[in-house]
Design a protein around this ligand. Structure first.
Ligand SMILES: NC(=O)c1ccc[n+]([C@@H]2O[C@H](COP(=O)([O-])OP(=O)(O)OC[C@H]3O[C@@H](n4cnc5c(N)ncnc54)[C@H](OP(=O)(O)O)[C@@H]3O)[C@@H](O)[C@H]2O)c1
Length: 245
């Protein structure tokens, strides 16, 4: 039985991942913004086999509240073995270009909050000489595209941050897992037309659980995004700047 904290637990990807954990009887502490949705998911996960289940409500932009959240999870579960950070927003690129306030809020939600949580978890896991910090970044962080480069830049910040943290914590027995999904059919992408590259939250969830158990440094999910992104990264800027999307 593992003791696992899930932040952003009402996310479709996080919920699917929590179902995998519940099925093997893990103890879960769920944190999310929407109290009613959180309660419904918690009730469902109890029925699916989660051994212990605690919840707390949070707002990702209120960084000062994070230490108390982690303390609450540790207290409820009697310790912590793994954490998954899943919350995020697909920022409205045009609106962010027009409003520096929105730009700041979106970067706070998608990048700063993940960094702040990771540092707190790092402190806790380092003190006990083990632990897994997993956070959902995105393939969108690998190359800025005109349609979503603020979102991409936030995810790039998260991926680079986690890379450094992974090096720092490796000798201390703490694993850091960067999760890079491609296109996943969730409420976040409800407005998009789906095609062959699209995956279900359930598929991505199985990959996430395996990566967290093995301490995989960087997970591309589904797997085919690794070669696709290698190709995308290889296009020279001289050519990339002329391409749409
Ligand atoms: N779907 C994709 O194609 C895709 C691809 C790559 C990466 N990702 C990443 O995967 C993660 C999960 O997304 P998803 O696809 O599962 O989408 P989702 O179902 O829309 O989940 C997004 C979650 O983030 C929460 N959230 C947003 N802003 C928040 C805030 N200020 N404070 C607290 N919680 C907040 C939402 O809470 P509410 O329910 O209260 O709004 C929701 O639980 C995100 O980090 C996303 O960037 C998704």
């Amino acid at each position: 039985v593992k003791r696992i904290l899930i932040v952003g637990a009402t996310s479709a990807i996080a919920e699917a991942t929590a179902r995998e954990f519940a099925a093997r009887g893990d103890a879960l502490f769920l944190v999310a913004r929407n109290a009613a949705a959180l309660q419904a998911i918690a009730d469902d996960l109890r029925l699916r086999g989660a051994s212990v289940l605690g919840t707390a409500v949070f707002e990702a932009r209120e960084l000062e509240a994070f230490p108390a959240l982690i303390d609450a999870a540790v207290l409820c579960l009697g310790g912590l073995d793994q954490a998954l950070i899943a919350h995020g927003t697909l920022s409205d690129q045009g609106a962010c270009e027009a409003s520096v306030e929105l730009l700041r809020e979106e970067f706070m939600t998608n990048a700063l909050s993940v960094m702040a949580l990771s540092l707190l978890l790092a402190r806790h896991f380092t003190a006990q000489d083990h632990g897994v910090i997993a956070a959902i970044s995105s393939v969108a962080g690998e190359r800025g595209r005109q349609s979503n480069y603020l979102y991409g830049a936030s995810k790039a910040a998260v991926s680079t941050f986690l890379s450094g943290l992974r090096q720092q914590l490796y000798p201390k027995g703490v694993w850091v897992v960067t999760i890079k999904p491609g296109f996943v059919a969730t409420p976040m992408t409800a407005a998009f037309k789906k095609g062959v590259l699209w995956a279900t939250p359930a598929h991505v969830a199985r990959d996430i659980v395996r990566a967290m158990d093995r301490g995989t440094p960087v997970l591309y999910t589904p797997w085919f995004w690794r070669p696709i992104m290698a190709l995308v990264r290889s296009v020279p800027e001289r050519i990339f700047r002329r391409m749409g999307g």
